[in-house]
Design a protein around this ligand. Structure first.
Ligand SMILES: Nc1nc2c(c(=O)[nH]1)N[C@H]1C(S)=C(S)[C@@H](COP(=O)(O)OP(=O)(O)OC[C@H]3O[C@@H](n4cnc5c(=O)[nH]c(N)nc54)[C@H](O)[C@@H]3O)O[C@H]1N2
Ligand SMILES: Nc1nc2c(c(=O)[nH]1)N[C@H]1C(S)=C(S)[C@@H](COP(=O)(O)OP(=O)(O)OC[C@H]3O[C@@H](n4cnc5c(=O)[nH]c(N)nc54)[C@H](O)[C@@H]3O)O[C@H]1N2
Ligand code: SF4
Ligand SMILES: [Mo]
Length: 720
């Protein structure tokens, strides 16, 4: 008999409410939206959750058993081993490196948290006393979060679903693809606001469906968002459009900001952003007057060598127009009551030895407990200040997602010992020494508490068996901790940690499974006008003393936000600006095995203006080469009128899941072969420039045999 259960999607951290149908054998056969639940359910355009979940749990390519490398690195030849052998080997290596090279020679390499994986690995690093925990913090979440932290005093700032905004700016975000829950404002809410007369402004060099209904669609130069924001600040101040009463009562540093806008002209902004002055004036007037105004910001703002200051520049707009704390604007939220993840990660008796960290030059990174990814790669290669000997990779695929894939490959190949915990074979997994098969959410009891700034938590009880001997990452780490003599800091059974995370709520994990979700509480300025902002001054801070104390600019300056990571000379040889958005059909570089998603996107496609294509004698639909000073890749060309003639909008995260004998072709289509982690990086967060990279394009060269293209569909099936 078939059964139906309520679940949450785990494919992206929007965690839409879904209904899953199970067959007699317990297999998930169908997943649909649970739009009647009253819970968050704003399914992405490609329906990644409903399409991916049934297939991923029973996919034939899932890793099922621990394995050790048999042949040379990268040949992808393996011997199945037991969990005991895998964990004993890892513990033995780890003890050797810890005792001979110091715990800092061991790196924990993490991706975005899925369940308790990240929490266990951070905790493990704490008690191992390594400061080298590498996460995607250098391009994800930290920059927008800290801009809010410095301006407003907390990262828990979410859009107010009640009350219609007069203006919505979608800025470097594509919530229709990537999930709307990050900003807590769904497409239904956008639709309602637009119906009620809200103006929609898109800051978007590419295209998504929101662009079609926008009042203004600003196709800005990739990477020029900081200049654009400062330009808007200047118009709002100079045209006297700011909220004087709000500024007087609730902010500090306005005079300093006012002084800063005298340091540049709107001509400077227009030249830097490609946005005409009149358009800049018009959108600034709309945002400042069509109140309340709401800015749904996204990851494009975070992928820059000035990322923190760019996000701060955008955040200035919120303070200037008095849109924080008001109905229909942006609100401070108190997270739901559950164990603060930070308390799980850290321990007072074991302060993180940041002085020894390979990312110590980046103050925000140290405060947020991560090392920028490029710092790991550079340190492995240079061995300066010391050699890194071993890495544990969980929930990440660095060969595809780190800037400068070739350097990343060389670095990971140089590591004496590499452990990769994965659900599928990947390029990074292919060069590991030990591979650990991971169980997904729904295959074990888990909770979803990410993204942390949302302050929500969701129960994900086990409802399907993991394949073979796959384990939750948390269990792997718990069992490794016992072998490393850290039992007192961990658990007899890792699942006890779920009750610990729930303790503040007064519920056990099992009790929580009946409740399913705890959400944050929102607060309006009127509730507590004297102490609303959580900053040291208790006000919205245009000027942040805290930032000054950290050695970073207390106020975003035009000079800093518009400082070019790549000089003019770089564009002489490489005249086009490369950028990307996330793929609608896949999550970062993951889930590329899922057949059901191929109908949405089956290969890496880059977009370019038809005139640009014609100029370089390229035809729509053909494979082309994209080259930067770092390397070259191939993607299939799609010409599109809406792309600026100087922009190449490429695809992110592509590799060949079926090319088994050459590390799954990570070099061929991978946009990060073109990017780099070289200095300068964001001095606060270590962010790297992923938007606006100088490239050139030309017709693709013939495919070489070593690239192992399948000759027929049969062969393809066999090699999968
Ligand atoms: N489907 C899907 N969902 C995902 C992910 C995924 O890979 N696929 N990844 C997850 C992750 S890790 C993250 S961080 C979030 C991110 O999700 P978003 O915040 O939506 O970020 P992106 O998709 O990277 O980029 C958003 C938009 O910015 C545009 N853009 C590119 N360059 C620039 C620029 O220089 N300036 C401006 N203003 N816009 C630019 C792109 O065209 C794109 O439409 O999504 C998460 N959700
Ligand atoms: N050029 C360029 N580079 C980028 C970006 C960009 O827009 N442009 N975006 C950046 C951003 S915002 C981010 S967040 C990073 C993302 O980069 P990564 O952190 O490397 O994330 P993924 O590519 O999603 O890789 C996650 C891997 O974990 C596996 N996995 C899924 N669930 C589990 C699990 O429960 N346990 C284990 N052990 N494994 C699991 C998946 O199969 C997948 O291979 O990429 C960054 N890099
Ligand atoms: S937006 Fe898509 S991938 Fe994200 S939770 Fe919802 S269904 Fe899943
Ligand atoms: Mo991300």
């Amino acid at each position: 008999m078939k059964t139906v259960k309520d679940i949450y999607c785990f494919v992206c951290p929007s965690h839409c409410a879904l209904k899953a149908t199970f067959d007699e054998t317990g297999k998930i056969v169908k997943v649909i939206a649970d739009s009647r639940s009253g819970q968050h359910c704003d399914i992405c355009d490609c329906a990644k959750g409903p399409n991916t979940i049934p297939e991923v749990h029973s996919h034939g390519k899932r890793l099922q058993f621990p394995m050790k490398r048999a042949g040379e690195r990268g040949r992808n030849q393996w011997i199945r081993i037991t969990w005991d052998e895998a964990l004993d080997t890892i513990a033995e290596k780890m003890k050797y490196y810890r005792d001979n090279f110091g715990p800092e020679s061991i790196a924990m390499v993490l991706g975005e948290p899925k369940s308790m994986d990240y929490a266990f690995l951070q905790r493990f690093a704490t008690f191992l006393e390594t400061p080298n925990v590498i996460t995607p913090g250098n391009y994800c979440g930290v920059q927008t979060g800290h801009a809010d932290q410095f301006s407003i005093g907390t990262m828990h700032v979410l859009s107010d679903p009640q009350g219609d905004p007069g203006c919505i700016i979608i800025w470097g975000a594509n919530p229709l693809n990537t999930g709307s829950n990050f900003r807590c404002y769904s497409r239904a809410q956008v639709k309602r606001a637009l119906k009620n007369g809200a103006k929609l402004i898109m800051m978007e060099p590419g295209h998504n469906r929101y662009c079609d209904s926008a009042d203004h669609w600003l196709r800005l130069k990739p990477g020029s968002d900081g200049a654009l924001a400062m330009g808007m600040v200047k118009v709002i101040i100079e045209e006297d459009l700011y909220d004087k009463d709000y500024i007087a009562k609730n902010t500090v540093g306005f005079e300093e900001l006012k002084k800063e806008v005298a340091n540049f002209t709107l001509e400077d902004v227009a030249a830097e952003t490609w946005i005409p002055i009149e358009t800049l004036r018009e959108v600034s007037r709309i945002y400042a007057t069509a109140k309340p105004g709401m800015i749904l910001w996204g990851n494009a703002l975070e992928n820059s060598a000035a990322a923190l200051q760019i996000c701060r520049a955008v955040s200035m707009l919120r303070g200037l127009t008095g849109n924080v704390g008001v109905v229909g604007g942006e609100l401070i939220n108190t997270p739901a009551k559950f164990g603060r993840p930070g308390r799980f990660y850290f321990d007072r008796s074991h302060p993180r030895p940041t002085g020894k960290s390979i990312g110590k030059e980046f103050p925000i990174a140290m405060g947020a407990a991560y090392v920028p990814t490029q710092s790991l790669v550079q340190t492995i290669l240079s061995e300066d200040p010391y050699p890194v000997k071993m890495a544990m990779c969980h929930v990440t695929n660095p060969l595809l997602t780190y800037p400068d894939s070739v350097a990343t490959y060389e670095a990971f190949m140089k590591l004496p010992f590499l452990v990769v915990a994965e659900i599928f074979p990947t390029s990074t997994m292919a060069i590991a020494d030990i591979v650990l098969p991971a169980a997904l959410p729904l295959e074990h009891d888990s909770i979803a508490y990410w993204p942390a700034w949302l302050g929500h938590i969701r129960a994900q009880p086990k409802c399907v068996e993991p394949p073979g001997e796959a384990w939750p990452d948390a269990k792997m780490i718990n069992e490794l901790a016992k072998r490393m003599g850290m039992r007192e800091h961990f658990f007899e059974n890792w699942e006890e940690s779920l009750d610990l995370m729930m303790a503040d709520s007064g519920m056990t994990f099992n009790e929580f499974c009946a409740v399913r979700v705890l959400g944050p509480t929102k607060h309006y300025l009127n509730d507590d006008p004297e102490r609303y902002f959580k900053t040291p001054s208790g006000k919205f801070e245009f000027y942040s003393q805290q930032m000054a104390q950290l050695g970073i600019s207390p106020l975003p300056t035009y000079k800093e936000v518009s400082a070019a990571r790549f000089g003019k000379e770089a564009f002489e040889h490489y005249p086009l600006y490369l950028t990307n958005g996330k793929e609608g059909a896949y999550f970062s570089s993951g889930y590329r095995h899922i057949e059901a998603m191929k109908k949405y996107k089956a290969e890496a496609i880059c977009e370019m203006h038809p005139d640009t294509a014609a100029k370089y004698k390229l035809k729509d639909g053909e494979m082309i080469t994209i080259e930067s000073r770092k390397g070259r890749i191939q993607q299939r060309l799609k010409t599109a009128d809406y792309i600026h003639p100087k922009v190449v909008m490429a695809a992110f995260g592509w590799w060949d899941t079926w090319a088994e004998d050459n590390e799954f072709n990570w070099r061929k289509y991978n946009i990060n072969v073109l990017s780099d982690g070289d200095k300068p990086n964001c001095p606060a967060t270590g962010s790297v420039q992923l938007r606006g990279i100088p490239v050139r394009v030309y017709a693709a060269e013939p495919v070489m045999e070593t690239q192992c293209l399948p000759t027929s569909e049969n062969e393809r099936q066999e090699s999968v």
